[in-house]
Design a protein around this ligand. Structure first.
Ligand SMILES: Nc1ncnc2c1ncn2[C@@H]1O[C@H](COP(=O)(O)OP(=O)(O)OP(=O)(O)O)[C@@H](O)[C@H]1O
Ligand SMILES: [Mg+2]
Length: 439
């Protein structure tokens, strides 16, 4: 009041008010001093502004910021774990070839846990949006039909999966792996909500959205995916926090709370929206809308998997700061008929550039950069085959380090088989390029 008397205006904190028709809205109230002809403050007037939409927009942007910083954190952690996992998985593999009996069982458990950890880090990378994705036009219907078997196997026997695909194809612009991830997360959540069994239905159809004041999506055609269960449902508190990363009501060994955060991210990236309807004891329905893609789906056929060749004594230069990873890579290469050397104490100038068949280098090195190193060596020998390794995602690493699409990057953590396949492909793709040039 003192402020008013002094002639200043006051902004009251936002509060929920009710419109004449009974609907609630968020109001920002400003109070103004009213002066008489002599300029003295004699009364106060208030204006009320509906800030519901501003507020929603603000909340949405704050949520996006939170997701972004959590994503960066998660991406960094996943990267470090990937290095450690590469070591654990590969040394376990080495030992597996040597031991038998109980020790072999124990090793299998270690290997299994490492595999689970690997899929967790790839979840984290996906959530952090650092996982490379290729978007193409795919039929949501077909994806649901094809996922049916996998989902059926995942949910167990006391739960019935009912799939109701639409009659017509539903082309959407998406990444197949990510679509599967959406289905899997939703169906597994449904399973967890029905410990005593039940029914989960997966349905697709085409919907037309009109323009509307509360519409969050532009008008147009959308493919709709509906996943519905008759499980335990959830309280309003849970429903409000559902999409938050790391929000879970499950015991630590059952849930990470990343499932729906990931789904939310994928759907948002695809220009879609997700909604949920649920009440305790009433089951849960998730609805996802994805913008319909006009053109017909194209099936993408990749190259047939290469056979892994043998080293034939070819020399590979390995540049990797983590000694454990470096030792491990050298060992895998040597076990498979390659010779390996590390940069070690040598200076770049000493490298016998024509003696090596491939440079295998980590992208981010302590105080150095793999791509810069490769460029220096290629200055002396332009056709030197190069294969990079990285625990960061393909897309991000290429962008930040200017690595062209022609130079392959091996994602960490890799198994021995993946490493050998990567080396083989890097060596043979160069052979193809050289051959093509020679024609
Ligand atoms: N179909 C459902 N029925 C009831 N509750 C659900 C359902 N789906 C999600 N929830 C609730 O939302 C929470 C968050 O789900 P989310 O998938 O993000 O994580 P999570 O399943 O707990 O762990 P994660 O998916 O990472 O293994 C769950 O812990 C659960 O409480
Ligand atoms: Mg989940």
């Amino acid at each position: 009041m003192a402020k008013l008397a002094a002639g200043e205006q006051i902004h009251l904190s936002e509060s929920v008010r009710v419109r004449k028709d009974g609907t609630p809205f968020l109001a920002a109230v400003t109070v103004w001093p009213v002066r008489d002809e002599n300029g003295a403050v004699v009364a106060a007037a208030a204006t009320e502004r509906d800030v519901t939409e501003e507020n929603t927009a603000r909340e949405r942007s704050a949520r996006a910021d939170r997701m972004e910083s959590l994503g960066q954190l998660a991406g960094g952690v996943a990267h470090d774990f990937n290095n450690l996992l590469a070591i654990i998985m590969n040394y376990a593999d080495f030992l597996t070839e040597e031991v038998t009996g109980d020790a072999a069982d124990d090793l299998a458990r270690i290997r299994n846990a490492a595999d689970r950890a690997k899929s967790l880090t790839s979840q984290l990378l996906l959530f952090a949006k650092r996982e490379p994705t290729q978007v193409e036009v795919i039929d949501l219907n077909q994806a649901v039909i094809e996922a049916d078997e996998l989902l059926g196997r995942t949910i167990g026997e006391n739960i019935r999966l009912v799939s109701r695909p639409a009659r017509e194809p539903l082309p959407v612009r998406a990444n197949r792996g990510r679509l599967d991830q959406i289905l899997l997360n939703l169906v597994i959540n449904a399973r967890d909500a029905m410990p005593d069994g039940g029914v989960v239905s997966v349905e697709t159809d085409l919907v037309e959205l009109d323009e509307g004041p509360s519409a969050t999506l532009p008008p147009g055609s959308y493919a709709r995916l509906t996943v519905c269960d008759n499980g335990c449902g959830m309280t309003a508190e849970v429903r409000d926090r559902l999409f938050e990363p790391f929000f879970t009501t499950k015991p630590a060994d059952r849930g990470t709370g990343l499932g729906l955060a990931t789904v939310y991210g994928i759907v948002g990236d695809a220009g879609g929206a997700i909604g949920v309807e649920s009440a305790p004891g009433d089951g849960t329905t998730f609805r996802i809308l994805l913008p319909s893609a006009a053109t017909a789906a194209h099936a993408k056929t990749g190259p047939a998997p290469d056979e892994i060749g043998h080293g034939d004594g070819r020399l590979i230069m390995v540049v990797e700061d983590d000694d454990f990873v470096s030792d491990l890579v050298v060992r895998v290469l040597q076990n498979n008929g390659y010779r390996a050397t590390t940069l070690g104490e040598h200076s770049l100038a000493d490298v016998d550039i024509h003696g090596i068949s491939l440079l295998l280098a980590d992208v981010v090195l302590r105080g150095r950069s793999g791509p810069v190193l490769a460029a220096r060596l290629r200055a002396r020998r332009p056709d030197l085959p190069v294969l990079f390794m990285s625990g960061y995602s393909d897309v991000e690493v290429r962008r930040e380090h200017g690595i062209d699409a022609a130079t392959p990057i091996l994602q960490k953590p890799f198994t021995a088989v993946e490493l050998l396949a990567g080396v083989d492909a890097a060596l043979s793709s160069v052979a193809v390029v050289q051959h093509a040039k020679g024609v």
